[in-house]
Design a binder for this molecule. Structure first.
Ligand code: ADP
Ligand code: SF4
Length: 677
């Protein structure tokens, strides 16, 4: 098997304790929204990464006991022998492609609420859970003994299930990090007080895991290289921990203290390899292999991490989600084929919502088992012709998949450049990486003689009919509403004709109002805050008004909300929450509290409405109207013109329509993953 010489180091095997990884590509543990609930779906998804060349593929957080239940988030579980078959399915399928399987044993401590098991949670001291108005039970010595037994039993089961790497997990605020914390750990026995005492439980679990399974399995520790903040474990203390137990495990999997701001940050707030200055020192503290993340998508960056002795393994969660075949593509020097993660955190958001993982860049993510979708292969089609109107994310994805299926594809767009909303939005501050959605697809299309792109081609219904394609996909997108209709207002806000009323489309096409600008956000995701920030940056005096309680409230699911609000405050934007706009006369906006009848006026010369979007479906509706002469045309609408939603939805819609075009209905049925009694 030829390996591109420039990237040779990435394909050198490396020993991890008693096992050997075939290369340096390491899928670190990451959530999936599947966990114990969707075992077949999960195993097939992990197997796809192994097929794509990852040398190590890990589970998500895997609970060792019913006192650690993160319901409604579907975590993995190894509570008893009944879990073995599901876990073994994943390990076996990962092994089938020559990868090692890792399992992240986990106890959530005070953080979890045990909504499903209804057991008291346990903590080093009684502390509130993350979400519920309840607290944990303070652990006594017998609880610590029990925890050690659970962990040992879980490790033994994990080995039985076939796992090669078994984690001890003292970070991310879970139980073992509580023990490391100088503030939370107020014990006066040998588990509290000095750092050596606070580390004792972690040390015992590493030793006991090795004792239980170390003959065949490696023991890994996931650890925050710069601690957990001065109140808990300072950066110096983290270094001291490594000084104490650096040689104990077989591998260090490194994260950093700022989870949302750095480790899991979106591309709005962090770039590739941004953890480097925090984790680089660890290689000097241990002879054991080190893995860490950094949303690595560039093979040159990856090689440099290895050559410069920063890391031994290139860790990835998101890049492996966006492109399960990233290692294979690097090995074969097919760099342009890499579907680079755009750092939007939609993958994380849906897990957080309790739903199976999905990905903006990779529409097959999570559909490997249910729909049998492969990220690199699509079934050949019948060779007909397809006209796609609209080259946004939906149209581009459909064009590239249909091109791969062998159809003759014409992709037309009224605009002078392709990409639709992706092109426009990627020019907003912080969103440049989103252009990768467009660029990957254009790159794929470029090499396809059967796909033609026609820009500057606004098509009418007559022209669509005249074109005479066998199939027509309408992907004409949506426009932001200029009348305030949205969640809060079912009817247009009265009297918006006076003064300057703008929409995100106007701003994305270059409008830059000055003076006092009110941005009204009834959408609750990134658009309102990003536009407010952009306008503040170009000199406007911005007031941001939202019907929710926080700026960009939905972005709590992508882990961006705090950074978003912080950034807005730093830019001098006034934030008014729980408030709607119910009038504007060109000089004042009328603001109304969403809970009471209280109203007040604010001076504003411009009102920007970020409320909701109107599908641009006039072309579709004309083509399918009963009077239409194109009644026999096979027409579908896809993406935002069917359902205004996120880019992830548009890409998925384009993919689904393209993959299913011309297929028999029975081939399209999705399988259901469920527990059967
Ligand atoms: P989606 O997210 O569903 O892909 P976008 O809004 O990103 O939708 O893209 C829609 C694209 O469709 C835009 O680039 C727009 O220029 C194009 N478009 C809309 N109407 C027409 C039309 N009648 N003919 C050609 N292109 C059109
Ligand atoms: Fe990357 Fe976004 Fe896909 Fe997550 S959803 S892997 S952040 S592109």
């Amino acid at each position: 098997m030829r390996i591109e010489p420039r990237y040779q180091e990435l394909f050198e095997p490396l020993q991890i304790g008693p096992v050997t990884a075939k290369n340096r590509f390491y899928q670190v543990p990451h959530c999936t929204g599947m966990g114990h609930a969707l075992p077949r779906t999960l195993a097939a998804m992990r197997a796809m990464k192994a097929e794509g060349g990852w040398g190590v593929v890990c589970t998500e957080y895997c609970s060792i006991n019913p006192t650690s239940d993160d319901h409604p988030h579907p975590f993995a579980a190894v509570w008893d022998d009944g879990d073995l078959a599901n876990l073994a399915a994943m390990a076996d399928q990962v092994h089938a492609h020559g990868a090692l399987a890792g399992i992240e044993l986990w106890h959530g401590g005070s953080y979890v609420s045990n909504l499903a098991t209804r057991l008291p949670s346990i903590g080093v001291r009684s502390m509130p859970s993350r979400t519920e108005p309840i607290q944990s039970q303070r652990m006594d010595r017998s609880d610590i003994r029990a925890l050690r037994q659970w962990h040992r039993a879980a490790a033994t089961r994990a080995r039985l299930a076939g796992f090669d790497i078994i984690y001890v997990y003292p970070t991310h605020g879970y139980l073992l990090s509580e023990f490391l914390s100088r503030s939370l750990n107020d014990r006066s026995d040998e588990y509290g007080g000095t750092l050596a005492n606070r580390v004792r439980l972690v040390r015992e679990l590493i030793e006991e895991t090795r004792d239980a399974v170390g003959d065949r399995c490696a023991v890994a520790v996931r650890f925050s290289a710069d601690g957990h903040g001065d109140a808990h474990l300072s950066a110096d203390e983290a270094r001291d921990v490594l000084g104490m137990i650096g040689e104990l495990p077989d591998l260090w999997d490194l994260v950093v203290s700022d989870y949302y701001g750095e480790e899991m940050a979106t591309s709005r707030f962090a770039r590739e390899a941004s953890l480097e200055d925090r984790v680089a020192y660890v290689k000097r503290m241990t002879s054991k292999p080190v893995v860490s993340v950094g949303r690595f998508t560039s093979p040159d960056t990856m090689v440099r991490q290895i050559r410069r002795g920063i890391l031994d393994f290139i860790g990835a969660a998101r890049p492996s989600i966006a492109d399960p075949f990233l290692p294979t593509k690097i090995r074969e020097d097919r760099i342009d084929d890499i579907r680079e993660c755009i750092g939007c955190n939609i993958c994380y958001a849906y897990n957080y919502r309790g739903a199976a993982i999905r990905c903006t860049q990779n529409p097959t993510m999570g559909e490997e088992w249910r729909r049998g979708w492969h990220p690199e292969h699509v079934p050949a089609g019948d060779g007909g012709s397809v006209l796609i109107v609209g080259a946004g994310p939906a149209g581009l994805e459909a064009a590239h998949v249909l091109g791969k299926r062998g159809y003759t594809v014409a992709l037309a767009d009224a605009a002078a450049e392709p990409g639709g909303r992706v092109t426009l939005e990627s020019r907003l501050p912080g969103l440049a990486e989103w252009a990768r959605v467009r660029d990957y697809r254009l790159g794929q299309i470029k090499g396809m003689p059967n796909v033609s792109v026609f820009l500057g081609s606004a098509l009418s219904a007559a022209e669509v009919r005249e074109f005479g394609a066998d199939h027509v996909l309408i992907a004409t997108g949506a426009r932001w509403r200029r009348n305030g209709v949205g969640r809060c207002h079912a009817n247009p806000i009265p009297g918006l004709n006076a003064g300057s009323v703008l929409t995100p489309d106007d701003l994305m096409r270059g409008a830059r109002p000055q003076g006092q600008v009110t941005v009204f956000d009834d959408d609750h995701y990134y658009m309102g805050p990003v536009l407010a920030g952009m306008l503040a940056g170009t000199g406007a005096l911005v007031t941001y008004v939202t019907t929710e309680g926080k700026a960009g409230d939905w972005s709590q699911h992508t882990g961006e909300q705090e950074r978003t609000q912080q950034q807005m405050l730093e830019l001098g934007i006034e934030i008014i929450v729980n408030t709607t706009v119910d009038g504007f006369d060109g000089e004042f906006v009328s603001l109304a509290c969403v809970y009471s009848d209280r109203k007040h006026l604010r001076a504003a010369s411009t009102l920007v409405l970020v409320t909701s979007r109107e599908p641009s479906d006039a072309l579709y509706r004309e083509l399918v109207s009963p009077e239409s002469e194109s009644i026999d045309l096979k027409i579908q609408r896809i993406g935002d013109c069917r359902q205004p939603a996120l880019i992830v939805h548009a890409v998925y819609a384009g993919h689904k329509a393209a993959r299913e075009l011309g297929e028999m209905p029975e081939h399209l049925a999705a399988k259901r993953d469920r527990t059967v009694i």
